[in-house]
Design a protein around this ligand. Sequence first.
Ligand code: PLP
Length: 389
Amino acid sequence: MIYLDNNATTRIDDAVLHAMLPFLREDYGNASSLQHRMGRTAHQAIEQARQSLAKYFGCSPHEIYFTSGATESVNLVLRGIFDRYQSIGKHIITTKSEHKAVLTTLEGLEKKGAEITYLSVDANGNINLLDLESSIRKDTILICLMHANNETGIIHPIEEIAQIAIKNQVLFFSDTTQAIGKVQINYFSSGVDICCFSAHKLHGPKGIGGVFIRRKSRPIQIEPLITGGKQEKSLRGGTYNTPAIVGMGKAFEITNKNNIEVEKLRNYLEQRLTQEIEETIIHSQIASRLSNTTNILFKHVKSAELMPKLANIAVSSGSACVSGDRDPSHVLLSMGISPEDAQCSIRFSLSKYTTIEELDSTINEIKSTVQKIRNDSPIWQLYKANLLT
Ligand code: PLP
């Protein structure tokens, strides 16, 4: 299998797996059982992982909290902030191109009285910062804008967004799940208040993630989503998943944000596909993008038809959460792309394990399959004869 779906999830790094194994086999004590040595060993390993994450974010270990992953973190932040701040204001600002974890959670909050402003994005997926600033109201409690988009890879200018948030005294939460390990940034210095993450996006294990929550002079208030023991300063109860946390710590430690080689491969893939297959368009090409991601439209070739024919190639027609249903990508639609073109678009996401040989095979297979589908397609014939309206 040629794996080009690394924005959905990544292969675990061997170093991560090795770091985890002792905590699955011998050191399986409960990290909250500090009365005995096995518990203390687990506790120390967790605190070491917390330090690795803090180093990555440029923050203090006290500002890192563990959860089961980015979806839980998004729920914790959005619901938890709305619960605590709704007496002050009910207005939240976001975009329609956020991940479904954000959009579905905000839909739920709307039913509880939240008022959401969805900023529009341009054809490349960029927001207009003047629109953002002018949409802030007296009752705005949160700006929620992702750092990098999982489908197109477009990167939002979070430092500038943070400045707007600070100037207007509004909290700023950024879903940084896709940007982590791929974008050179110090999140603490960027000014963002809250970030979320999942380890499996950067060669760590699945089912573990967390949040960075800035310590401010007026502390950020978040109502817990999962109550129970006093873990994570009572923000998130439940027995620690020590092996996963240790693995996540290792994944953050070894991640290499310098993705020049991956970017070269991505550009090679784009260049050959667009040169060798007619009517092929790269979405958001001129925007600032993640170096591993490309989202490509093959005109009049439905991804639902193309992808099953690529038996040995793992790609995606959108985020993992929506592939499988037939709706065109909400991200591409939000950029003004037609439903027809959105349904003919495919996301390729590379990793440090991707090779040029894999890309050569992918290009050859896509070329011949696209050609075959188009040859058999009456719509393509009409399009070529300029008879399609
Ligand atoms: N946010 C973004 C931008 C993502 O890409 C994803 C996963 O695809 C998530 C949130 C949710 O992450 P998880 O499924 O690990 O909870």
